[in-house]
Design a protein around this ligand. Structure first.
Ligand code: KDG
Length: 319
């Protein structure tokens, strides 16, 4: 469950006022996850809303082409599809900035009443993220209703903290809004930056911080995954910590890497593979999607994962 938007990805570096050409993609964290798991053979559906407009049609067209079930997508004739821009290398070189135009978008008007019990029949896992909880009050309540239905039906809830500083003003606000999902999710993905935001201070020992996070906020969590970009990833299953290095690739666009990681990890989890392998697949997918512009385009299927691991980006390129 989450917002899928149109992404206008700058083709050059510099301030947007001087950018004349953009690449158009569809993007949005939870939608990226739905596409990713489907590419790895797991059926998925997205619970979202788009406007009754060309961009909404674009999103539906791509989701359908990817084989993602779109029957739960609400088409809103009063609000537009959300959009955002990616500005590159300015004002911080090597850095991308995400600029949203989504305040009044269709997804923000999704309500509790839109979330029906029957949407959750026959599903094994529900995934959303902190982005959805940071948008409108309406949509946050809709997410909480979805959570309630999942808990009543013993559906595994997976949650990525996905803290977006442009959407959350303070640590207090983040904790308040994320709390129900932190408390009730069985699988939680987070990152060092998100933990720093939640604790309000810099973290030196990620393991210790993660254990504190589990103890203070995540009482039903069975698997905690910490993504650390180029510094690898780690996962805790209640007994042990597992670690995975990241794969070195030429990064073109890092936006979407975390979602690719989640998708590949979840696909492996749903196939009951061991946690170490889930981390490894997450790392491959996370690395691969950074090699092209757009969030999900380079997300691998099984075949591409094997090709990647056997090919030039193999073991010798492990950091
Ligand atoms: O994870 C990638 C997303 O952050 C990006 O596609 C935009 O979903 C997005 C958001 O809300 O920031």
């Amino acid at each position: 469950m989450g917002e899928i938007m149109i992404q206008f990805n700058s083709t050059i570096t510099g301030p947007l006022r001087h950018v004349n050409y953009f690449e158009k993609h569809i993007a949005g964290s939870e939608g990226n996850v739905a596409i990713g798991v489907k590419r790895l053979g797991i059926d998925s559906a997205v619970l979202t809303a788009v406007g009754e407009d060309e961009f909404g049609k674009n999103i539906l067209m791509i989701l359908k082409a990817e084989g993602v079930n779109t029957s739960l997508v609400k088409i809103d004739d009063s609000h537009p599809t959300g959009i955002y821009f990616i500005q590159r290398g300015y004002p911080i070189p090597e850095h991308v900035e995400v600029i949203y135009y989504r305040k009044d978008s269709a997804f923000n008007y999704l309500t509790e009443e839109d979330i029906k019990g029957e949407f959750f029949e026959d599903i094994n896992l529900f995934h959303t993220s902190g982005i959805s909880l940071s948008l409108s009050e309406k949509v946050r309540k809709a997410c909480e209703r979805a959570l309630g239905i999942c808990l009543d039906n013993e559906i595994t809830v997976s949650f990525d903290t996905n803290i977006r500083r442009k959407l959350l003003k303070s640590r207090k606000e983040a904790i308040e809004k994320l709390k129900p999902f932190l408390e009730n999710s069985r699988i939680i993905f987070t990152g060092k930056g998100d933990l720093e935001f939640i604790f309000g201070s810099e973290i030196e020992n990620v393991e210790k911080a993660a254990e504190k996070f589990l103890k203070e906020y995540c009482k039903n969590c069975e698997i905690l995954v910490i993504k650390m970009g180029a510094n690898g990833s780690m996962a805790w299953n209640g007994k042990n910590w597992y670690r995975q290095s990241s794969f070195k690739v030429n990064v073109v666009d890092e936006v979407g890497a975390g979602d690719a990681f989640d998708a590949a990890f979840l696909a492996c989890y749903l196939k009951e593979e061991d946690i170490q392998n889930c981390l490894k697949m997450g790392s491959v997918a996370g690395a691969l999607v950074t090699t092209t512009r757009g969030d999900y385009e380079a997300f691998p299927g099984e075949e591409e994962i094997h090709a990647f691991l056997n090919g030039v980006h193999g073991k010798e390129h492990l950091r």
